[in-house]
Write a protein that binds this ligand. Structure first.
Ligand code: NOJ
Length: 491
């Protein structure tokens, strides 16, 4: 690997192959057993927002109360109508050749008030039917329990800021393990905890509370407590189901602006304050020392008696340590980072003391928050290998948006996947990273949160003008079909 990416990578790749820096025989296939899949989330595709007893969640609420919160003033009331069209979705997955489908359960669909004393059988049946349909078509379900759509009744008591939510979440997890656990072997407790906490630090995601530097740390703490409780519950009560439980982490993987020790350390902090904020405790039981040190120091300087970063009890530390059976990684693109003060006081950016930007040379795409830089995926998998002792990894999300102007001609997406999958193979074969699967985001266009339907991440287009939400393959769907057929051929 050449150039600055090679240098950055070599910071992580200890004992790298003798070929580093030289052309290497490239592996064209993935190891046998590698799983390919695609992903969605309940609020983004299901619709049926009030069907058959479903309760209200925070995204129903915010899109109804504040239509201007969403770029095109839309919402997920109908979305892709997957609540009714799930059988068609399964056929699409099957015909492309995917072996796995990562979808999420709408908490308020199965527990309208969020709590275990009020179970909605119709909601439970919907997911059972989906799971059965997938399995009957040879597709393995990977189930996310929480992909941002908190029942509104739980938000009304503080949402993730309320410490009680950890047990309430564990009760919900218990119901899911009990109901689906003999059929589901891959679980994600929480999707992108870092994005969830952004809902408590900025007017960005629901519930859109502006409590930077405080709300994010408290909600993040409770997300970790909730995850640990669910994980231990599975081990104690459901280990006979022999499934694997993790989170889908997201964050920033950074190339340092220069190779000065300060910038290299800043790039590391950028990781530790994002992916690492949540991943580190699931391996070692507590926050990475750099978070503890910097947030404690700043809290003191702000004249507080206590750190803004809460502390785990001894029991929580024991529950958290080793609480992932694999690592779910969501990756879209990297950042360029350097040492310097940033952000308002208090805020996570200020605590991290990192400045970041995109490099001007990086390829743009319609979503302004990301750039297309395939090497970043290899860098990320190497970072995870180095930080946590080469755990089993699944890339739980990876993809790029289009803006729908030439809806079926998504050449950038083909190039994105082609190059990212090549980097993943390098990570596996050249660097020894233990990556065992990849679920693309996304199988079809869907409600892209604040961007509404203006940014489209699907390899299948959805016609939002048609009441039947007609699905049509884009070029990338055909490309994937070929890619997976080749993969199968050489297994
Ligand atoms: C991550 C989120 O998990 C997903 O919901 C979102 O649509 C994609 N990123 C693209 O922004």
């Amino acid at each position: 690997m050449k150039g600055v990416w090679g240098l950055v990578l070599s910071l992580f790749v200890v004992g790298c192959s003798a070929n580093d820096g030289l052309p290497v025989a490239s592996h064209t296939m993935f190891p046998s057993g590698f799983k390919f899949g695609a992903a969605t989330a309940s609020y983004q595709v299901e619709g049926g927002w009030n069907a058959d007893g479903k309760g209200m969640n925070i995204w129903d609420n915010i899109t109804h109360e504040r239509p201007d919160f969403i770029a095109d003033r839309t919402n997920g009331d109908v979305a892709d109508d997957s609540y009714r069209k799930y059988k068609e979705d399964v056929q699409i997955l099957k015909s492309i050749g995917f072996q796995m489908y990562r979808f999420s359960i709408s908490w308020a669909r199965v527990l309208p008030t969020g709590r275990i004393d009020n179970v909605n059988q119709a909601g439970l049946d919907y997911y059972m039917n989906l799971i059965d349909e997938l399995r009957a078509n040879g597709i393995e379900p990977m189930v996310t329990m929480y992909h941002w759509d908190l029942p509104q009744t739980l938000q009304d008591i503080g949402g993730w800021l309320n410490a009680d939510i950890a047990q309430i979440f564990a009760d919900y997890a218990d119901l899911l393990f009990k109901t689906y656990g003999d059929k589901v072997k891959w679980w994600v407790t929480i999707n992108e905890p870092l994005s969830v906490v952004t809902g408590y630090s900025a007017d960005n995601f629901a519930p859109a509370l502006n409590m930077a530097g405080i709300g994010d740390y408290v909600s993040g703490h409770n997300l970790l407590r909730a995850h640990a409780k669910a994980y231990r519950l599975y081990q104690q009560k459901y280990s006979h189901q022999r499934g694997k439980v993790s989170m889908a982490f997201c964050g920033n993987i950074c190339q340092p602006l220069t190779l000065s020790p300060e910038d290299v350390a800043a790039a590391d902090r950028c990781y530790q304050f994002s992916y690492g904020w949540f991943a580190h405790p699931t391996f070692f039981g507590d926050y990475h020392p750099i978070l503890r040190q910097l947030v404690d120091k700043n809290s003191k300087m702000e004249g507080r008696n206590e750190s803004r970063l809460p502390r785990f009890t001894e029991e929580e530390i024991a529950d958290l340590a080793g609480s992932v059976d694999y690592v779910g990684l969501n990756y879209y693109g990297p950042l360029m980072a350097w040492n310097g003060s940033a952000g308002s006081i208090p805020s996570r950016d200020h605590d991290a003391q990192v400045r970041y930007k995109f490099d001007d040379s990086w390829e743009v795409c319609p979503s302004s928050w990301m750039r297309v830089v395939p090497q970043g995926l290899r860098l990320l998998t190497n970072k995870v290998k180095e930080e946590y002792g080469n755990p089993m990894v699944i890339i739980t999300e990876n993809g790029v948006s289009d803006d729908g102007t030439d809806p079926l001609n998504d050449l950038q997406r083909i190039s994105y996947y082609e190059r990212h999958l090549a980097e993943l193979r390098r990570a596996i074969y050249e660097d020894g990273c233990n990556v065992v699967g990849h679920t693309s985001w996304s199988i079809m266009d869907n409600f892209e949160w604040r961007d509404g339907y203006t940014k489209k991440f699907g390899m299948v287009s959805v016609d939002y003008g048609s009441p039947s939400r007609t699905r049509t393959f884009k070029k990338s769907a055909y490309w994937f079909q070929n890619y997976l057929a080749m993969h199968k051929l050489y297994q």
